[in-house]
Ligand binder design. Sequence first.
Ligand code: HEM
Length: 399
Amino acid sequence: MTCRSIGRADAGIMGAFFIDAPPMLPADPIAAVTHADPYPYYRHLAQSRPFHFDPALKLWVAASAAAVAEVLGHSDARVRPVGQAVPPALAGAAAGELFGRLIRMNDGPAHAALKGIVMARLMRLDLDRVRVRTQQLAAALPRATSDDAHEAMRWMFTLPVLAVADTLGLPLHHDEDGHVSTRMAGFVATYAAAMSPLASAADVEAGNVAAQWLTRNVEQCADAAPHDGLLAALRQDAALADIAPPKWIANAVGLMIQACEATAGLVGNTLVALGREPTSARDNINARVARVAHDDPPVQNTRRFMAADAIIGGQPLRTGDTILVLLAAAAHDPDGAGPAEDRPWTFGTGRHGCPGAALAQMLAASTVQALLDRGVRPERLLPGLRYRPSVNARIPQFQ
Ligand code: HEM
């Protein structure tokens, strides 16, 4: 099959487009995530159908900045369906146990106390120090091949996660040549893939192994973790707040998981943006990452599940209804500003808003810079650009 023969139906199944696919609108807001250029469609939705029901998807869709903010601020719009704390595919094994403990996946008291701790501790991180340590980690990652696409893919999914592990204070093993082990990042990526609704039974099985390994690793390292590291700080705050070890340990693992796919997407989308502009136009990488987080965001949507009947966007919603919250459409809403000054919509807002936004952008910029320093040329990545199949994350898959 040639690139040009991929029609809309095929693209829906594959969830991926070649960049020279014929320009057509995405079939729906889920196909938009991996579409070559979904932004005119998002803009149109935000303006013409700010909050509507999509009968084919059986989802309410929040598209305008105002509707997205209203949903994310609504107390009855929850991160999990009522009565289903863990997706059935993950329930009953290690992957589900970890999932059920993450603040990202809980509301109410199970979320609030630990979220406050995580947020306060991430806000107090010394980002300059983390940047320097990330550069040191980059220096310890060997260039495995001369293939730019391969290197970019490998680093996107490795360096940010290793940097978060290092910030926590988890030991990262080095071989006799001084090269850092990427094992931790491998397990994190495996777990993150298992959480996707597109995961196969084999992905979930691998996710169970990864969940066990990651949890055990944090448990076993906790006592010896450096006192000035993030893990020791989380442990201390959790003890003061009477939060049991399994919960804060799961959420320490959770920080690496949250850092994985979304930051990989931000790195990849920044490389795409750099590849599309002349080398002479390349400005400060930090500024470029911030612009990409707004213009071509890695997290395109999130979901909410109604725990009570409510009026949202002027429409009557029923308990059990699901809302697809289009963060990427809010970013392109001509009538909408950001959720807060300097904060791109891709990091969400409200009580579940991302506490790692500043860290993520710094890690993405450091990873892009390290790749450029290693001689990776973004323009060479473009001919093989596709997007990884996903219902919510826009992550380039360079071929
Ligand atoms: C470009 C990278 C990232 C993006 C786009 C991103 C985006 C998001 C979004 C949209 C949410 C909220 C989801 C929702 O409300 O449904 C979220 C939650 C979260 N993120 Fe990030 N994130 C990124 C990187 C990170 C990093 C590096 C960390 C920490 C090391 C992190 C930690 C978290 C945590 C702990 C939550 C759960 C917060 C809660 O549920 O209250 N994220 N992120």
